[in-house]
Design a protein around this ligand. Structure first.
Ligand SMILES: *Cc1c(COP(=O)(O)O)cnc(C)c1O
Length: 376
C-alpha cells in the first residue's frame, strides 16, 4: 500500500508548543509583572537571560538580539568583515546563513557538504581560501556539531575568523564544549521552530572576546554608544523582555529536551536501518537533532503521502544556496553534487522531545510503505 490514508485522523505534528512550558503559571506571573512595569526592551531581565545563556554555552558574553539572521549579520560586522571580503560556507544551509554574509557586504564562497551527514566538507575549504578570505562560517546543520578541531586548525593556519551558525544546534557539544563557544563568535536563533523557542523572533550572539560583545551591543542599538551618540550605522535589533522571560523559563528544560530528541533519533535510526534506509545516525552529545534527515527513494511521492497521512514531514532545504534566485547575481560557481542530492533525495521526519514510540513506528511504517515500488 502506498496510500496511508488521505483521510487519516492521525496527526503527527512537528511541534507541541503547549508542552514547552514547565510552569506556565509562573511564567505568566513574570510576564504580568513585566507588562505592568513598562520595561519592555533590554534592561535587567534581558541581562539576566544573557548571563544565564552565556554560562549555558560556556562563553564570557552573550548578547540578545532580534533574530538569528541579525546575530549572524552583526557578527560579521563586528568582526570588521564587509565589502571586498569573502566568507566561506556550505552550499546546503538555510537561506539566512548566506544572506547574513551579503547583508554585511561580503561575498559568500560555497563548498559542498559531505555525503554522509551533510555537514560542510572541510576537505574542500582549503582550496576555496583566497587572498580576500576573512572568515569561515560553519553551520551546525540539523543540530550536529561540525568537527571544530579541524576548523580550528584551518582557521589558525590561514588567519581566519570562525563564525558558528548555531541556530539549529543549541546545546550540542564538540569534545565536551558546546557550540557557540568553539569559534570566534557563535550565532543563535530562538525562532519558534528551534530547539530553544521564543514566542516570536529572537536570537543571540556569544563570544569570549569583550570587544566583539561590546560592538554587537552598539550595533543592535542603532549604533549608539550612549543615548544619541551614534558611532556607527547599526541596526534596531534588541532582545525584548517578554522573549527573554520565555527563553529564561525554557532554558532549564533544554538539556532534557535535547536528550529526548536523541532517544527519538535512536529509534528512528534503528528502525530505518532495519528497512535498509539511511537516516541520520546518533552521535552522542554532538547531535541535538533539531531535524531528522533520511534519504528515501521516490522522495517527493513519499513526502506527499506522509503529509496526506497526517505526518508533518518537510524538506530542509529543497533549493540549495547556489540555485536560489535571490543569489543569482552573485555567480556562485562550483559543483555541489552532495548538496544537490541532499536537496533532491532527503526529507525530515517530525522530531520533538515528546514523540512517542508509537508515533515513531507509525511514521517509519508509512515511509516504508510509501518508498516501496510504485504501483502502475
Ligand atoms: C533559523 C536559522 C537561521 C536564522 O534564524 P532566524 O532567527 O530565523 O533569523 C540561520 N541559520 C540557520 C541554519 C537556521 O536554521
Amino acid at each position: 500500500m502506498t496510500d496511508i490514508g488521505t483521510t487519516s485522523r492521525i496527526k503527527i505534528p512537528r511541534y507541541h508548543y503547549d508542552r514547552q512550558f514547565p510552569d506556565l503559571e509562573a511564567l505568566i506571573g513574570r510576564i504580568r509583572q513585566a507588562l505592568r512595569s513598562g520595561d519592555y526592551i533590554l534592561g535587567s531581565t534581558v541581562e539576566h537571560f544573557e548571563e544565564r545563556f552565556a554560562s549555558y554555552v560556556g562563553t564570557r558574553h552573550a548578547v540578545g538580539v532580534n533574530s538569528g539572521t541579525d546575530a549572524l549579520t552583526m557578527a560579521f560586522q563586528a568582526l570588521g568583515i564587509g565589502p571586498g571580503d569573502e566568507v566561506i560556507t556550505v552550499a546546503n544551509t538555510f537561506h539566512a546563513s548566506v544572506l547574513a554574509i551579503t547583508e554585511a557586504g561580503a561575498r559568500p564562497v560555497l563548498v559542498d557538504c559531505t555525503p554522509d551527514d551533510y555537514l560542510i566538507d572541510l576537505d574542500q575549504v582549503e582550496a576555496a581560501i583566497g587572498p580576500r578570505t576573512r572568515a569561515l562560517l560553519v553551520v551546525h546543520l540539523f543540530g550536529k556539531a561540525v568537527d571544530m578541531d579541524r576548523v580550528r586548525v584551518l582557521a589558525d593556519r590561514h588567519g581566519l575568523a570562525v563564525v558558528e551558525d548555531c541556530a539549529q544546534a543549541v546545546g550540542a557539544r564538540w569534545n565536551g564544549r558546546r557550540v557557540g563557544a568553539l569559534g570566534t563568535v557563535g550565532c543563535f536563533s530562538f525562532h519558534p521552530s528551534k530547539n530553544l523557542a521564543a514566542a516570536g523572533d529572537a536570537g543571540a550572539v556569544t563570544t569570549d572576546v569583550p570587544e566583539l560583545a561590546a560592538r554587537i551591543q552598539v550595533l543592535r542599538a542603532l549604533g549608539q554608544r550612549a543615548q544619541n551618540d551614534h558611532v556607527t550605522r547599526g541596526h534596531n535589533s534588541k532582545l525584548d523582555v517578554l522573549q527573554a522571560l520565555v527563553l529564561d523559563h525554557k532554558l532549564d528544560a533544554l538539556d532534557a529536551w535535547n536528550a529526548h530528541r536523541r532517544t527519538v533519533a535512536e529509534r528512528y535510526a534503528a528502525r530505518l536501518a532495519a528497512l535498509g534506509l539511511t537516516g541520520a545516525r546518533p552521535a552522542g552529545d554532538r547531535h541535538v537533532f533539531h531535524l531528522y534527515q533520511v534519504a528515501v527513494p521516490h522522495r517527493d511521492r513519499v513526502l506527499t503521502g506522509l503529509r496526506a497521512g497526517g505526518v508533518d514531514a518537510v524538506i530542509r532545504y529543497p533549493v540549495p544556496i547556489h540555485r536560489q534566485p535571490a543569489f543569482a547575481d552573485l555567480g556562485l560557481t562550483g559543483a555541489f553534487p552532495h548538496a544537490e542530492r541532499q536537496a533532491s533525495d532527503t526529507l525530515c521526519l517530525p522530531i520533538r522531545p515528546d514523540l512517542t514510540d508509537h508515533e515513531i513506528d507509525y511514521v517509519v511504517d508509512a515511509v516504508a510503505a510509501l518508498a516501496g515500488p510504485a504501483r502502475p
